[in-house]
Design a protein around this ligand. Structure first.
Ligand code: GAL
Length: 945
């Protein structure tokens, strides 16, 4: 075992004052699992990106929802570019306050796997590299001096924060620290780079184990991490055919080869990202739905993994210009929790397995063990055994994961003294695998004061409440099940609810319960001083249970949509949570519990025959959202007019660039070279016409080769030349458009769909914006001016930050902001068509007065009866929360995170609609309610300026 307790030791040696009040913990590991304070611990973790949810209070919501589902860890990427708009400038305030995030994680009681990069990928702009890095020299992700100087800046900043929150010194819940991300190159410079990141982490006070997400790289030698990890997306990312499954890769060989570390999956597929023009996230959620979770997640468990993280568990939104080319605003990911923070059947399924990984402690240490093949060869079973206590696990599924048939089998299992036993024993029944399904069955398992011989139901959880054990088993609705418990003498059994037959076999000291999974059955079993409440549900009934930790141990609650928290004080328990309708709340608490409150209000409870307390709580009151009927509209592209004054714009005067993509043509036009890294950019080119110009060839880079949908549009002296998706095109010039004397102006608006993710070749430096412009017919010189977001890297609005603003006229004038006076604009209604290419801005306000104590996720919907050629950028109260492309899709609904909304007052919507051809405008815009919950969550507004 390798111990990580350095911080504590160092403090002791230095005699540091006791700033560290909480006890330090040890985090070690062996080839089976992580070992925390000496206890083998199964890691069941989900990915969440705080930067994809610009409302810190909602971070708490996501973390609580994860914890409630049985995740004991959250894996978090820290996005360098999100915190650094300019070299040397770092912002960790407001929506960027990661200290607050890590405090929340500690308070929620969930471990953190910190992944600070510096490179993260994640379908975000430049894979997390800041915009300013684009124009620097040096090979990225190597030990080049220029790159090293840059990333050390970031590591110093972020390590300092992470170091304050480590489990190892008792001050937080950071458990693991990932070094870099998916680096599949073990050349010398990369190894030195990895080693430097590791040395720096240690020097900066990181004392938890260092992990990797590099598959089989950096396992040994220079740059090796403590716990290397596998990243695996077995279904890939194409959600267009959600029924398509790939086969299952068996990781047991990898597990066998690991002699000092557990089999760790820092990223196992939790969903899939979707692309512009894709099928939408509900297709991804079906694709990677509960059946996928059961079959694939249990397959890596069957291979012996005890460290599983799912990417993503809450995906969030690519608000502003956060996305890399190819992906659109939503990063919902088809995950267990939707981008609007709602729980899905995938969440329920993860809860079923997640609870088991903690309840069944022996699962953290298992070896593969041979087992008889099922009598139905369409099925396969994998056996594992805990070497210390003999608990056995049988992982059952179709041999061909794609099979959809309903197959029944018997299994021969090893049953202690009884030897090999065929189960189920009940005549006429069998174990089913109906379609794409998988099961983890337990045998020889002791919990509390109970001894389980086996069950053909799956165990969700077990807990000890005072003098009795409570166990919750489940199975598919309508399938038969049997559970066998051993007692020294015949126990007293009482079926409280449901249809359960009991058989006592004195010869084997076994009590067998036979039943069909249907709703919830309850059986009380007492023998000597042991007492068990056995709960047997179908899947739907089981997922209505919540297990919560109190200072005195866990309690179980049945009923509502969500239970967030349980606090015990004397003979009462204070429960908090959410309801989506009027609900039962049933508490299985400590024997001396006399009552409970729900969301701080006492409730009337009755005692039940299950020795639980039952109450009824209210659902949310109905809510209706205002219509958006009155709009104002204004021309938002004065740059098209030749007379527009661009004297304040930057001239494109740069004559050299370290950017390897620069083709040594002058002038250098790309927008990054002038500090405009995100959003739309305007160019105006001035020239004196000779009269011979018959065409102009414009070339721009928007990232088009990735199936991205960037575009540029161009005008000559106010006449529309056309559009192009980002590439090169010659536009014909009508000679009558040229002015013989004086200034002629070409105006070009370029859509920047973000910087590419980085492999190891500098791809993130691929330029954005206009690249070159030459006339056909004449060699006329053009002098260019450029204007992107106001201030470039010097943000006038650091609160909303580097990804919020682009270079549209309205953005530069503050038309997106709530305070802007649009009284002079024309009134209009939507939909509104235009045949004039250009940019129009639309604004409206609406008033909310949502009931206190309710969580109402709201989205803004844009609806076009038929696709038009325009793209819109949507702002709520000054925050850019959506990019819509009418003729590409698929996204039409844009989440309005509640922290950005005034829930009790006025809100401003501003939409910039860029018509890229003669059939533009803006479709119908409405507010849609995605859900309505009565909740204990109290969101406060995100900071704005
Ligand atoms: C992983 C990568 C993540 C993300 C994911 C796909 O391999 O580490 O950052 O890009 O692929 O969503």
């Amino acid at each position: 075992m390798i111990s990580f307790r350095w911080a504590g030791l160092v403090l002791a040696v230095l005699g540091a004052s006791s700033a560290v009040a909480a006890p330090a913990h040890t985090v070690t590991y062996d080839r089976y699992s992580l070992v925390i304070d000496g206890k083998p611990t199964y890691l069941w973790s989900g990915s969440f990106h705080y930067w994809r949810l610009p409302s810190p209070d909602l971070w708490l919501d996501v973390l609580q929802k994860m914890k409630a589902a049985g995740f004991n860890a959250v894996e978090i990427y820290f996005d360098w570019g999100y915190h650094s708009a300019k070299r040397g400038v770092y912002d960790f305030s407001g929506i960027r306050d990661v200290d607050r995030l890590l405090d929340m994680a500690r308070d929620v009681g969930i471990y953190v796997i910190a992944r600070p990069g510096p490179y993260i990928n994640a379908e975000t702009d430049a894979g997390g590299f800041p915009g300013w890095l684009v124009t620097t020299a040096g090979k990225p992700r190597s030990d080049s001096p220029e790159y090293t100087a840059a990333y050390r800046e970031w590591m110093t900043q972020i390590n300092r924060i992470i170091a304050r929150h480590q489990v190892t010194d008792g001050r937080g819940s950071v458990l693991l620290y990932q070094v870099e991300n998916e680096l599949y190159d073990e050349s010398d410079d990369t190894r030195r780079y990895m080693q430097d990141l590791e040395d720096k982490a240690r020097a900066d006070g990181i004392t938890v184990p260092l992990t990797g997400n590099h598959n089989s790289n950096f396992v040994e030698g220079l740059g090796a991490t403590d716990i290397p990890g596998q990243d695996s997306y077995p279904l890939d990312f194409d959600c267009t055919r959600p029924e398509r499954w790939n086969g299952i890769y068996d990781f047991s060989a990898e597990r066998r080869e690991l002699t000092r570390t557990p089999l760790f999956f820092p990223e196992y597929q939790g969903g899939a990202f979707d692309v512009w023009g894709g099928p939408g996230y509900e297709a991804c959620r079906t694709f990677t739905g509960p059946a996928f979770e059961r079959v694939f997640y249990e397959s890596i468990m069957a291979a012996g993994s005890t460290m599983q993280n799912f990417y993503m568990t809450y995906g969030g939104i690519n608000w502003g210009w956060l996305s890399s080319p190819g992906v659109y605003t939503s990063y919902d990911y088809g995950a267990a929790i939707t981008a609007s923070r709602q729980l899905t059947p995938k969440y329920d399924q993860q809860k079923l397995i997640g609870y088991m990984t903690h309840a069944v402690a022996p699962l953290a240490r298992t070896d593969a063990v041979g087992t008889s093949v099922p009598d139905n060869r369409r099925l396969q079973v994998t056996g594992r055994i805990n070497p210390d206590d003999g608990t056995r696990f049988y992982f059952l599924r179709h041999a061909e994961a794609q099979d959809t048939t309903d197959d029944a089998t018997h299994l021969k299992i090893a049953l202690g003294d009884a030897g090999e036993t065929t189960i189920p024993q009940q005549p006429g029944t069998a174990i089913h695998v109906d379609g794409r399904d998988a099961k983890v069955l337990l045998a020889n398992y002791r919990f509390g004061k109970q001894s389980l011989a086996y069950s053909t139901s799956e165990l969700m959880t077990q807990l000890r409440l005072g003098g009795r054990d409570v166990a919750l088993f489940y199975g598919r609705h309508g399938e038969d099940g049997e559970t066998v418990l051993r007692y020294p003498a015949k126990p007293k059994t009482r079926v409280i609810e449901g249809n359960v037959a009991t058989h006592w076999d004195a010869a084997t000291h076994s009590l067998r319960l036979d039943y069909r999974h249907d709703g919830l059955a309850r059986v009380a079993i007492d023998q000597g001083d042991t007492s068990l409440l056995l709960l047997i549900g179908d899947n739907a009934a089981a997922t209505r249970f919540w297990q919560l930790d109190t200072a005195d141990g866990p309690v179980l609650v049945r009923g509502p949509y969500l239970v967030r928290n349980a606090v015990r004080s004397e003979d009462k328990v204070a429960l908090t949570g959410d309801t989506d309708k009027a609900s039962e709340v049933e508490l299985f608490g400590f024997p001396d519990t006399r009552g409970f409150s729900w969301n701080n209000a006492p409730v009337h409870v009755v005692a039940t025959p299950s020795a639980s307390l039952l109450a009824h709580v209210e659902g949310p009151v109905p809510v209706s959202l205002p219509g958006l009927d009155k709009w104002r509209v204004n021309d938002g592209a004065p740059e098209i007019a030749p007379s527009f004054n661009d004297s304040g714009w930057l001239a494109t005067t740069r004559t050299s660039s370290p950017n390897p993509y620069w083709n040594h043509q002058l002038p250098i036009l790309d927008s990054d070279a002038y500090g405009f890294h995100h959003g739309n950019v305007w160019y105006r080119g001035h020239f004196r016409a000779t009269g011979k110009e018959i065409g102009i060839r414009l070339s721009a880079s928007t990232g088009v080769h990735l199936g991205n949908h960037g575009i540029f549009t161009a005008w000559l002296n106010g006449h529309f030349l056309g559009n192009n998706p980002g590439g090169a095109q010659q536009f014909a010039i009508d000679p009558s458009w040229l002015k013989k004397d004086g200034d002629n102006v070409i105006s070009v608006l370029v859509d920047n769909h973000g910087h590419l993710q980085e492999e190891h070749n500098g791809a993130f430096r691929e330029p954005r914006g206009l690249l070159s412009a030459t006339f056909a017919g004449a060699a006329t010189e053009i002098r260019w001016k450029i204007q992107g977001n106001v201030g470039g890297e010097n943000l006038p609005d650091p609160v909303r930050g580097p990804f919020n603003a682009g270079g549209l006229y309205g953005e530069r004038m503050g038309w997106q902001l709530p305070g802007f006076a649009d009284g002079g604009w024309k009134t209009t209604t939507l939909p509104h068509g235009t045949d004039k290419p250009g940019v129009d801005w639309y604004r409206t306000t609406f008033r909310l007065d949502l009931p206190a104590g309710q969580d109402v996720p709201i989205a803004l919907r844009i609806h076009d009866l038929a696709p038009h050629r325009y793209r819109a950028i949507v702002f709520i109260n000054g925050w850019q929360i959506g990019r819509y492309i009418s003729d590409v899709g698929p996204q039409t609904d844009f989440e309005l995170p509640s922290g950005l909304l005034n829930l009790h007052g006025d809100n401003t919507i501003a939409i910039a609609a860029w018509s890229t051809a003669h059939d533009g405008g803006l479709g119908e815009v409405s507010l849609v309610m995605q859900g309505n919950y009565r909740t204990s969550l109290v969101p406060s507004p995100s900071p704005s300026r």
